[in-house]
Write a protein that binds this ligand. Structure first.
Ligand SMILES: CC(C)(COP(=O)(O)OP(=O)(O)OC[C@H]1O[C@@H](n2cnc3c(N)ncnc32)[C@H](O)[C@@H]1OP(=O)(O)O)[C@@H](O)C(=O)NCCC(=O)NCCS
Length: 190
Protein backbone atom coordinates (compact mmCIF):
# COMPACT_ATOMS: atom_id res chain seq x y z
CA UNK A 1 0.00 0.00 0.00
CA UNK A 2 1.51 3.35 -1.01
CA UNK A 3 1.84 5.94 1.72
CA UNK A 4 1.16 9.61 1.18
CA UNK A 5 4.32 11.66 1.20
CA UNK A 6 4.50 15.35 1.92
CA UNK A 7 7.18 17.27 0.07
CA UNK A 8 8.62 20.50 1.30
CA UNK A 9 10.11 22.14 -1.75
CA UNK A 10 13.22 24.20 -1.25
CA UNK A 11 11.33 27.27 -2.39
CA UNK A 12 9.70 28.52 0.83
CA UNK A 13 6.86 30.21 -1.05
CA UNK A 14 5.84 26.90 -2.65
CA UNK A 15 2.84 25.00 -1.34
CA UNK A 16 3.30 21.56 0.18
CA UNK A 17 2.75 18.73 -2.25
CA UNK A 18 1.29 15.35 -1.48
CA UNK A 19 2.08 12.27 -3.51
CA UNK A 20 -0.52 9.51 -3.63
CA UNK A 21 -1.75 6.70 -5.80
CA UNK A 22 -4.34 7.83 -8.33
CA UNK A 23 -7.90 6.54 -8.35
CA UNK A 24 -10.43 6.31 -11.16
CA UNK A 25 -11.84 9.64 -9.96
CA UNK A 26 -8.56 11.23 -11.11
CA UNK A 27 -8.82 9.95 -14.69
CA UNK A 28 -10.33 13.10 -16.20
CA UNK A 29 -7.86 15.44 -14.48
CA UNK A 30 -4.93 13.24 -15.53
CA UNK A 31 -6.25 13.24 -19.11
CA UNK A 32 -6.53 17.01 -19.36
CA UNK A 33 -3.32 17.73 -17.44
CA UNK A 34 -1.55 15.22 -19.69
CA UNK A 35 -2.80 17.10 -22.78
CA UNK A 36 -1.65 20.42 -21.32
CA UNK A 37 1.85 19.18 -20.47
CA UNK A 38 2.20 17.24 -23.73
CA UNK A 39 1.35 20.37 -25.72
CA UNK A 40 3.60 22.60 -23.59
CA UNK A 41 6.45 20.18 -24.27
CA UNK A 42 5.90 18.96 -27.83
CA UNK A 43 3.92 21.74 -29.54
CA UNK A 44 6.07 24.85 -29.01
CA UNK A 45 5.45 25.98 -32.60
CA UNK A 46 1.67 25.75 -32.43
CA UNK A 47 -0.73 23.08 -33.56
CA UNK A 48 -0.86 20.79 -36.58
CA UNK A 49 -3.29 18.01 -37.43
CA UNK A 50 -1.03 15.06 -36.61
CA UNK A 51 -0.21 16.45 -33.16
CA UNK A 52 -3.81 17.36 -32.43
CA UNK A 53 -4.99 13.86 -33.35
CA UNK A 54 -2.17 12.26 -31.33
CA UNK A 55 -2.94 14.18 -28.17
CA UNK A 56 -6.71 13.75 -28.39
CA UNK A 57 -6.30 10.01 -28.83
CA UNK A 58 -3.52 9.30 -26.31
CA UNK A 59 -5.00 11.39 -23.51
CA UNK A 60 -8.69 10.77 -24.04
CA UNK A 61 -10.39 10.13 -20.65
CA UNK A 62 -11.78 6.73 -21.71
CA UNK A 63 -8.31 5.59 -22.81
CA UNK A 64 -6.69 6.81 -19.56
CA UNK A 65 -9.39 5.01 -17.54
CA UNK A 66 -8.86 1.85 -19.63
CA UNK A 67 -5.08 1.98 -19.00
CA UNK A 68 -5.69 2.58 -15.27
CA UNK A 69 -7.80 -0.58 -15.09
CA UNK A 70 -4.94 -2.79 -16.30
CA UNK A 71 -3.57 -4.90 -13.42
CA UNK A 72 0.09 -4.01 -14.03
CA UNK A 73 -0.52 -0.26 -14.38
CA UNK A 74 0.00 2.30 -11.59
CA UNK A 75 -0.61 6.02 -11.71
CA UNK A 76 0.68 8.27 -8.96
CA UNK A 77 -0.14 11.95 -8.68
CA UNK A 78 1.35 14.97 -6.95
CA UNK A 79 -1.19 17.45 -5.69
CA UNK A 80 -1.45 20.66 -3.72
CA UNK A 81 -4.57 22.55 -2.70
CA UNK A 82 -6.73 19.83 -4.30
CA UNK A 83 -5.11 20.39 -7.72
CA UNK A 84 -3.08 17.73 -9.50
CA UNK A 85 0.28 19.21 -10.56
CA UNK A 86 1.95 16.18 -12.05
CA UNK A 87 1.73 12.44 -12.45
CA UNK A 88 3.72 9.31 -13.18
CA UNK A 89 2.38 6.34 -15.11
CA UNK A 90 4.05 2.92 -14.86
CA UNK A 91 3.64 -0.59 -16.24
CA UNK A 92 5.14 -3.47 -14.28
CA UNK A 93 6.68 -6.50 -15.99
CA UNK A 94 7.40 -4.56 -19.19
CA UNK A 95 10.05 -6.08 -21.41
CA UNK A 96 12.32 -4.30 -23.90
CA UNK A 97 15.21 -5.77 -25.85
CA UNK A 98 17.52 -2.94 -24.70
CA UNK A 99 16.70 -3.44 -21.00
CA UNK A 100 19.23 -5.80 -19.39
CA UNK A 101 16.91 -6.94 -16.59
CA UNK A 102 14.61 -9.94 -16.71
CA UNK A 103 11.70 -8.24 -14.97
CA UNK A 104 11.49 -4.46 -15.10
CA UNK A 105 8.90 -1.70 -14.83
CA UNK A 106 8.40 0.90 -17.56
CA UNK A 107 7.85 4.53 -16.62
CA UNK A 108 5.41 5.38 -19.40
CA UNK A 109 4.99 9.05 -18.47
CA UNK A 110 6.38 11.50 -15.95
CA UNK A 111 4.63 14.83 -16.44
CA UNK A 112 4.92 17.93 -14.27
CA UNK A 113 2.83 21.05 -14.91
CA UNK A 114 5.18 23.62 -16.45
CA UNK A 115 4.58 26.16 -13.70
CA UNK A 116 5.76 23.67 -11.07
CA UNK A 117 8.85 22.34 -12.80
CA UNK A 118 12.33 22.55 -11.28
CA UNK A 119 11.02 22.38 -7.72
CA UNK A 120 11.98 18.79 -7.03
CA UNK A 121 8.56 17.42 -7.90
CA UNK A 122 9.80 15.26 -10.77
CA UNK A 123 12.54 13.82 -8.58
CA UNK A 124 10.03 12.94 -5.84
CA UNK A 125 7.59 11.31 -8.26
CA UNK A 126 10.46 9.39 -9.83
CA UNK A 127 11.58 8.10 -6.41
CA UNK A 128 8.03 6.97 -5.72
CA UNK A 129 7.94 5.28 -9.12
CA UNK A 130 11.15 3.42 -8.24
CA UNK A 131 9.61 2.29 -4.94
CA UNK A 132 6.53 1.12 -6.81
CA UNK A 133 8.72 -0.85 -9.23
CA UNK A 134 10.29 -2.68 -6.27
CA UNK A 135 6.91 -3.23 -4.59
CA UNK A 136 5.74 -4.79 -7.85
CA UNK A 137 8.58 -7.28 -7.59
CA UNK A 138 10.65 -5.85 -10.42
CA UNK A 139 14.31 -4.84 -10.25
CA UNK A 140 14.62 -1.88 -12.59
CA UNK A 141 12.78 1.15 -13.95
CA UNK A 142 13.18 2.14 -17.59
CA UNK A 143 11.79 4.79 -19.90
CA UNK A 144 12.29 6.42 -23.27
CA UNK A 145 12.75 10.15 -23.82
CA UNK A 146 12.80 12.06 -27.12
CA UNK A 147 16.32 13.17 -28.07
CA UNK A 148 14.98 16.70 -28.63
CA UNK A 149 13.73 16.93 -25.05
CA UNK A 150 16.99 18.24 -23.56
CA UNK A 151 15.42 18.93 -20.17
CA UNK A 152 14.20 15.34 -19.80
CA UNK A 153 17.59 13.95 -20.86
CA UNK A 154 19.32 16.15 -18.27
CA UNK A 155 16.77 15.20 -15.62
CA UNK A 156 17.15 11.42 -16.01
CA UNK A 157 20.95 11.66 -16.19
CA UNK A 158 20.89 13.70 -12.98
CA UNK A 159 18.90 10.92 -11.30
CA UNK A 160 21.53 8.26 -12.11
CA UNK A 161 19.70 6.74 -15.09
CA UNK A 162 21.96 5.20 -17.69
CA UNK A 163 21.44 5.33 -21.44
CA UNK A 164 20.98 1.89 -22.96
CA UNK A 165 20.39 2.76 -26.63
CA UNK A 166 17.95 4.39 -29.01
CA UNK A 167 14.40 3.54 -30.04
CA UNK A 168 12.09 5.00 -32.67
CA UNK A 169 8.66 6.40 -31.84
CA UNK A 170 6.38 6.60 -34.86
CA UNK A 171 3.00 8.21 -35.19
CA UNK A 172 1.24 8.68 -38.47
CA UNK A 173 4.15 9.33 -40.92
CA UNK A 174 6.44 10.99 -38.38
CA UNK A 175 9.44 9.31 -36.72
CA UNK A 176 11.18 10.44 -33.55
CA UNK A 177 14.38 9.09 -32.05
CA UNK A 178 14.16 8.37 -28.33
CA UNK A 179 16.85 7.47 -25.79
CA UNK A 180 16.17 4.53 -23.52
CA UNK A 181 17.22 5.10 -19.90
CA UNK A 182 17.34 2.45 -17.21
CA UNK A 183 18.17 2.22 -13.51
CA UNK A 184 18.38 -0.75 -11.22
CA UNK A 185 16.05 -0.25 -8.24
CA UNK A 186 15.83 -1.70 -4.76
CA UNK A 187 18.36 -3.11 -2.30
CA UNK A 188 20.90 -3.95 -4.94
CA UNK A 189 20.74 -0.51 -6.57
CA UNK A 190 24.15 0.97 -7.20
C1 LIG B 1 11.42 16.43 -17.09
C2 LIG B 1 10.60 16.71 -15.83
C3 LIG B 1 9.80 15.46 -15.45
C4 LIG B 1 11.55 17.09 -14.69
O1 LIG B 1 10.79 17.32 -13.53
P1 LIG B 1 11.11 18.57 -12.57
O2 LIG B 1 10.18 18.52 -11.43
O3 LIG B 1 11.08 19.82 -13.38
O4 LIG B 1 12.62 18.28 -12.14
P2 LIG B 1 13.27 18.44 -10.69
O5 LIG B 1 12.98 19.78 -10.16
O6 LIG B 1 12.89 17.28 -9.83
O7 LIG B 1 14.82 18.36 -11.07
C5 LIG B 1 15.71 17.36 -10.58
C6 LIG B 1 17.03 17.56 -11.27
O8 LIG B 1 16.92 17.31 -12.68
C7 LIG B 1 17.80 18.19 -13.39
N1 LIG B 1 17.00 19.12 -14.20
C8 LIG B 1 15.68 19.37 -14.11
N2 LIG B 1 15.30 20.29 -15.01
C9 LIG B 1 16.42 20.65 -15.67
C10 LIG B 1 16.68 21.57 -16.70
N3 LIG B 1 15.70 22.34 -17.23
N4 LIG B 1 17.94 21.68 -17.15
C11 LIG B 1 18.94 20.94 -16.62
N5 LIG B 1 18.75 20.04 -15.62
C12 LIG B 1 17.50 19.89 -15.15
C13 LIG B 1 18.56 18.97 -12.34
O9 LIG B 1 19.73 18.22 -12.01
C14 LIG B 1 17.58 18.96 -11.18
O10 LIG B 1 18.19 19.14 -9.91
P3 LIG B 1 18.45 20.65 -9.36
O11 LIG B 1 17.20 21.44 -9.60
O12 LIG B 1 18.71 20.43 -7.89
O13 LIG B 1 19.61 21.17 -10.14
C15 LIG B 1 9.64 17.93 -16.04
O14 LIG B 1 10.41 19.03 -16.51
C16 LIG B 1 8.50 17.68 -17.00
O15 LIG B 1 7.49 17.10 -16.62
N6 LIG B 1 8.63 18.13 -18.26
C17 LIG B 1 7.54 18.05 -19.23
C18 LIG B 1 7.17 16.62 -19.61
C19 LIG B 1 8.37 15.79 -19.94
O16 LIG B 1 9.22 16.17 -20.76
N7 LIG B 1 8.44 14.61 -19.31
C20 LIG B 1 9.51 13.67 -19.55
C21 LIG B 1 9.19 12.91 -20.79
S1 LIG B 1 10.30 11.54 -20.97
Amino acid sequence: MMKSLTINTENKSSPEFTIRKATFDDAICISVLGMQIFLDTYAPEGMRLSLAEEVLHNFSPPLIAEIMAKPDTTFIVAEANEHILGFAQMSAHAKHELVPFADATELNRLYIHEKFTRRGLGRQLLHQAEKTAVENGTTALWLTAWVGNARALAFYSSQSYEEAGSTLYTFQDEHYENRLFVKRCGLRAG
